[in-house]
Design a protein around this ligand. Structure first.
Ligand code: ZN
Ligand code: ZN
Length: 317
């Protein structure tokens, strides 16, 4: 039985072979045909490069701290947004943002190989974002022959990291950009507080080859210096702390956003071209008690261009 070539060859080689065979069958295997073939190869290469530059996001938790800190058993089917884990997001399969106590279960449910996580970006050390056992489990899952898991965090937050030879502590200086895999990453200060410490809470700006994303939770409004830093940036994906819903007068507005605040900020960011009409604006870190069920959220918010995230939501940009 003839072997299926598509299974034994790489995609590029397979396409090149197919193109070459078609040209020969037409009796056109001339030098110009080879030139055409090499043109096709270039196109395939270009599309592969573009593919490699794409950014994949997977939301592993979209809830604020009032959601339970344990995730339902994997056998239980969940409707979209029925349960929210504590907030976390995975970028391109290897950069995890925050590791609260529900993250391991969410990774099992959404089939993430957590041994392939190389870097953890920590926003701050509140217990819904930072859970020592979870951090150790992720670090220990890495092949011992590979370099340790890098933990990126504010220097004061790093003091709380567990001691392990499988964790490399990497301080994040506010406003200083570092290179990580395919991204330039900058930690920006947020308006949020870990009481009784000197720790600064961080948003993360990730600038890839084709897309820029801002992960902005936890915090309310933008601090003036963060706003100034963003002036020359063009953000393709903006992920907001949306702890509070539509209720006015909630006491948490001094550390978390409500939806009116988010609308105000979006308008101003648009006016300054920091976000564009096609920027994806995503809401996460939603409180259990301050939002309606997810289907109602979608019905209300999608028409105005706000995307309420749900656990397991994935995007390829
Ligand atoms: Zn939080
Ligand atoms: Zn917090």
């Amino acid at each position: 039985m003839a072997k299926d070539k598509s299974k034994t060859l790489g995609r590029r080689a397979f396409l090149a072979t197919t193109i070459g065979t078609a040209l020969l069958a037409d009796g056109l295997a001339t030098s110009s045909a080879y030139a055409e073939e090499s043109q096709q190869n270039k196109l395939v290469k270009a599309s592969e490069k573009l593919e490699a530059k794409k950014t994949g996001l997977l939301f592993l938790g979209t809830g604020a701290a009032d959601w339970p800190d344990n995730y339902p058993p994997i056998e239980r089917e969940l409707a979209r947004g029925e349960v929210r884990g504590l907030s976390s997001m995975l970028v391109n399969g290897h950069i995890l943002i925050d590791c609260g106590p529900t993250v391991l279960d969410a990774m099992k449910r959404y089939k993430v190989d957590f041994a392939s996580i190389t870097d953890l970006l920590l926003t701050h050390t509140h217990s819904d974002h930072f859970h020592q056992e979870t951090l150790l489990a992720i670090a220990d899952a890495r092949d011992a022959k590979l370099e340790p898991l890098r933990l990126w965090a504010h220097p004061e937050a790093l003091k709380l990291a567990p001691k392990s030879s499988r964790i490399e502590k990497c301080p994040v200086e506010i406003g200083a950009t570092f290179r990580l895999h395919e991204f330039d990453i900058t930690g920006l200060e947020s308006n949020h507080l870990v009481k009784h410490t000197q720790e600064k809470c961080l948003y993360y700006l990730l600038e890839g080859a084709t897309k820029t994303l801002l992960y902005a939770t936890d915090g309310s409004w933008l601090l003036k210096k963060t706003w100034e830093y963003l002036q020359k940036k063009s953000v393709d994906v903006l992920i907001w702390d949306a702890t509070i819903g539509e209720q006015a007068g909630d006491y948490r507005i001094f550390e978390h956003n409500d939806l009116a605040m988010i609308r105000h900020m979006n308008q101003t960011l648009k006016n300054r071209n920091i976000i564009k009409p096609d920027t994806k604006i995503i809401l996460t870190h939603m409180a259990r008690t301050l939002h309606p069920p997810h289907n109602q959220l979608e019905e209300k918010l999608l028409p105005e261009g706000l995307i309420p995230a749900y656990d397991g939501m994935s995007l390829v940009l």
